[in-house]
Design a protein around this ligand. Structure first.
Ligand SMILES: NC(=O)C1=CN([C@@H]2O[C@H](COP(=O)(O)OP(=O)(O)OC[C@H]3O[C@@H](n4cnc5c(N)ncnc54)[C@H](OP(=O)(O)O)[C@@H]3O)[C@@H](O)[C@H]2O)C=CC1
Ligand SMILES: Nc1nc(=O)c2c([nH]1)NC[C@@H]1CN(c3ccc(C(=O)N[C@@H](CCC(=O)O)C(=O)O)cc3)C=[N+]21
Length: 297
């Protein structure tokens, strides 16, 4: 048996297109474009690649992206002052401060300075709280939101399924668990102290790996027929010297022999993250303007 390969690229293109239609509606209704402010501190090459993809997706969806590139030695006070200006700027609907920040900055303090209603990453404690209590005003972190979209497209109703989420970070594992709980899954959150993780993983109907360890999840961790979502983005040495390649947290070739469906890396969760950023930005724009986000967005 070989698993169905879940095409995150194709699903992301659909989400981007519907966000683009909603952005066009927004412009026609309000006379201004949806605006996303991106902030990058320093010159991390991976971060530059991500920011470039996010901005390209914005312009494809006819949204305005306003980029702020700050030198690595920028003080936290200067970054907080920029965030305050963006909070106050009516042309800015969404604010994304690319992580990681340089070590002399406190990421939590910076994120919590962002207006929660412009926090399109969904990282602010207010949005984490809204998600936890089921408040529809929550802006939900893009990566777990993208995973949920893929799961619903694949499985339909998720209620009663046992979901095992490996990883408990505030940006992926925890919000993923909250979303699955809200869909009435029975959720188990695993982490570095979990005992006998392979046996636990084998209990999962839905297995989400968000660990950051290349190919940690082996084929025999996967229950036959399970749906596997691989969030991991790990750059490892490639076959040729000096070349690198991208692998997930799941050993794909092994796992696809067991799974019912599985996301690849690249081409799985990554593209969905960017698509959901556009969706969150359009939703934030509509809410700030007192408009209902369009049906089916
Ligand atoms: N596709 C996308 O768009 C995105 C992908 N990512 C990728 O997802 C992965 C996870 O990211 P993130 O959540 O930020 O990572 P973190 O490093 O913040 O969290 C990793 C989690 O994995 C757990 N963990 C680490 N080692 C093990 C182990 N041996 N067994 C079980 N659990 C373990 C940690 O446990 P503990 O808490 O006990 O330390 C922690 O909870 C990374 O590969 C990252 O690159 C991230 C964001 C977006
Ligand atoms: N404030 C903030 N918000 C983020 O959402 C955020 C962040 N900081 N810091 C870094 C992580 C990582 N992240 C990814 C986005 C897209 C892909 C993606 O599109 N990946 C492609 C491949 C890209 C490649 O080839 O390198 C894929 O999986 O197919 C991956 C990872 C967002 N992050």
């Amino acid at each position: 048996m070989s698993a169905r390969r879940i095409d995150g690229k194709a699903a992301a293109a659909e989400v981007r297109a519907s966000a683009g239609r909603a952005a066009a509606f927004f412009r026609a209704t309000t006379g201004r474009a949806v605006g996303l402010a991106t902030v990058l501190v320093g010159e991390d090459p991976a971060s530059e690649v991500y920011i470039r993809s996010k901005r390209a997706a914005c312009s494809e969806a006819a949204m305005e992206s306003l980029h702020h590139a700050l030198p690595a030695e920028t003080s936290e006070a200067d970054l907080l002052a920029l965030v305050a200006r963006l909070n106050a700027d009516p042309a800015v609907d969404g604010i994304l401060v690319q992580l990681p920040l340089p070590p002399h900055m406190d990421a939590a303090r910076v994120i919590d300075a962002i207006d929660p209603d412009k926090d399109v990453d969904g990282f602010h404690v207010v949005n984490a709280g809204r998600l936890a209590v089921g408040d529809p005003a929550a802006l939900v972190p893009c990566t777990p939101l993208g995973c949920l979209h893929l799961l619903k497209a694949e499985l339909g109703d998720l209620s009663g399924k046992h979901a095992v989420v490996i990883g408990r970070s505030n940006i992926v594992g925890k919000p993923m668990a909250m979303l699955l709980l809200a869909e009435s899954c029975t959720v188990t959150i695993a982490h570095s102290r979990t005992r006998d993780l392979p046996a636990l993983a084998r209990e999962a109907d839905i297995l989400v790996a968000a660990v950051g360890r290349p190919e940690m999840v082996r084929g025999d961790w996967v229950k036959p027929g399970a749906t596997v979502i691989d969030v991991g983005i790990n750059r490892v040495a490639g076959a040729e010297p000096g070349k690198t390649r991208l692998v997930g947290d799941v050993a794909y070739a092994e796992a696809e022999r067991q799974a019912g469906a599985i996301t690849p890396v690249p081409g799985g969760v990554g593209p969905m993250t960017i698509a959901m950023l556009l969706r969150n930005t359009v939703v934030a724009a509509h809410r700030r303007q007192g408009l209902a986000p369009p049906e089916g967005l």
